[in-house]
Design a binder for this molecule. Structure first.
Ligand code: ZN
Ligand code: ZN
Length: 270
């Protein structure tokens, strides 16, 4: 007698959509003092999406999409990022610029071709070279910062090869964010620009003064911020300009000049 083949056992399982996680394939942990846009660019790269295309993944139009999120992270995008990456909302808000940084001292999001005008972001090539995953720090967005706290060199605000600003958000190619989006230059290779010891010391003093979170809320803190913004007029190099409108090189000239005036004043017998 022929034996009938066994029928495959069929049982009801969970729906595919219920067991597949919302998480994107590669999860990227935020790094120390990392800026939200920097983390977003690393996240996009790790998941095989170029930065400009990643804007559409988040339902945004291209342009300075990630730099805008640094300033204000809408609730729906924060919820999407939490669900897709597993990063907490506290971690996300700690990467934005509204967290513990005086917003009046942030470099503006504009694109001027003039060499003496500010760009939106600065970087230290040595920090990028030492990072296992090169990333941009939140404090590199402050107009009051002209040097790297760790390496003591002057920060840069333009690609040394094509002289354009850092525009990772515009990137159409799948490359890590330390390559210039315009010409492909590796920013880690940028030469080191030295600062005088006095200017380095003064830059750190200003940074220390600007650190307390309550600074922008107290009348004396607001007066200090106004004073810092008027530094170009104070030293008489770029009269009628505010600190945030100047390039890193121009702001460094202000700091160097102010440091000389300070040391002259300290050494003055009178
Ligand atoms: Zn550095
Ligand atoms: Zn370039």
């Amino acid at each position: 007698m022929a034996i009938a083949p066994l029928a495959p056992a069929i049982s009801i399982r969970e729906r595919y959509g219920d067991i597949v996680s919302e998480r994107w394939p590669v999860i990227v942990e935020p790094l120390h003092e990392e800026m939200l846009s920097s983390w977003l660019h690393r996240l996009a790269y790790a998941n095989g999406v170029a930065p400009r295309a990643f804007a559409r993944v988040l339902g945004l139009t291209p342009g300075m999409w990630s730099a805008s999120l640094d300033l204000k992270l809408p609730g729906d995008i924060a919820r999407q990022l939490c669900a897709n990456t597993g990063v907490s909302s506290d971690q996300l808000s700690a990467m934005t610029l509204s967290h513990a940084l005086p917003k009046q001292l942030l470099l503006p999001l504009r694109n001027s071709r003039r060499r003496d005008r500010s760009t939106w972001l600065q970087f230290c090539s040595q920090c990028l070279a030492e990072d296992s995953q090169p990333y941009f720090r939140r404090r590199w967005r402050l107009a009051t910062r002209v040097s790297c706290t760790k390496h003591g060199c002057r920060l840069r605000d333009r690609c040394p090869c094509c002289r354009s600003r850092i525009a990772v958000f515009n990137g159409n190619r799948l490359v890590p964010q330390h390559f210039c989006a315009r010409c492909g230059y590796d920013l880690r290779r940028a030469s080191i620009i030295a600062l005088s010891p006095g200017a380095k010391w003064f830059d750190r003093c200003i940074d220390d003064i600007c650190r307390p979170e309550a600074l922008t809320r107290s009348p004396s803190g607001r007066a200090l911020i106004r004073r810092l913004l008027s530094m170009p007029t104070l030293v008489g190099i770029y009269s009628a300009k505010v600190l945030t409108s100047l390039s890193t090189a121009a702001r460094t000239r202000c700091v160097e000049k102010l440091t000389c005036q300070l040391s002259d004043w300290l050494m003055d017998d009178g």
